[in-house]
Design a protein around this ligand. Sequence first.
Ligand code: PLP
Length: 384
Amino acid sequence: MTLIENSKKSLIQTYKKYPIEIVKGNASYVWDSKGKKYLDLYGGHAVSIIGHCPKVVLNAINKQMHSLLFYSNIFYTKPATLLAEKLAETLYPEKYQVYFANSGSEANETAIKIVRRYTGKNHIVSFNNSFHGRSMTSLAVTGINSYQQFSPNHNLYTTFAALGSIESVELAINKNTAAVICEPIQSIAGLKMAKKSFYKKLEALCKKKKILLIFDEVQTGLGRTGNFWFSKSLGINPDVITTAKGLASGLPISAVLLKEKISKTIKAGEHASTFGGGPVVCSAALATISSILKKGFLQDVKDKSKYIKSKLLELPNVTELSGEGLLLGVHFKKPIPNLVKKCLNNGLIIGSSCDPFTIRLMPSLSINKKDIDLFLKIFNSILN
Ligand code: PLP
């Protein structure tokens, strides 16, 4: 039996997989078990944020794992403290404290638990087409119908508003509303976003109504949009920010950043996680974000985004681009059947979305010009 057959036999089939076994990665490339090389514009689902197997991260993991692989949160470890300090610094002068979890869903789950605990209220306003994860509470605030197969009673404590319509948010708020949760660029939905002025109005409305604002920056955070935080680039300071994906370049970690007015009210024992903030994963994250925070790195992301956008608009059947930085949606005049598969056949990985007219690009932020040009060449020839 082949590995793929064995895998189908032993693994629960929750994923629709392509029949390819990935064995190696380096920078913007991965290789399959047959030795075929793929240019990765999907970035391992936006996780390989500074490329596959970045040396700085491998070195940091290697160094840490030889002194301490793991200890739980009953003791102090240096990497978690340094990482929390570094993340909080990125939001200066606002004061935040950090909690580490293991996935985007868990970060959002934690955020909702904390806003409910802080406000003493249960109701959450979320947005149509948003995605916040697959655990029960993060699913309950996810606004894409096809994810609601397990009926997590999302109507009980969630009201969905339309992203971009402040009136619909106002209508959705009630006396029991604890917070609004917002995925500011709705990635899986097809890179849908509101006008930038909307997010400022959203922050002002939350302040006026005395409810909290959670920004789900699981995808938009950590430099993905050409800014370390998308919220900061919009000029807003959400009460809670969640992030995950590329934080440790592929090791599982997520973070919840809370304004100190909230975090300082939390007592020991009210929340915890065995693996959250472990020393190896935090060392990997420190190396990752130190690279992103290097002088000129984010400007370079912006420049590459501008270049790639200008070239994509010249391609056949492309009607529009959306997103920011290197989180991009390419919209077509009509759905192109099997586009992802055709790209794979040609050694290129791109991402699909829930919108059949839209594909997603979320490459490594370190992708170089030569690889961008190669992507444009392959993509152009497929579209032609
Ligand atoms: N929030 C957003 C915006 C996401 O894109 C995702 C995952 O794609 C999640 C939450 C859930 O993250 P995870 O799959 O790590 O639980």
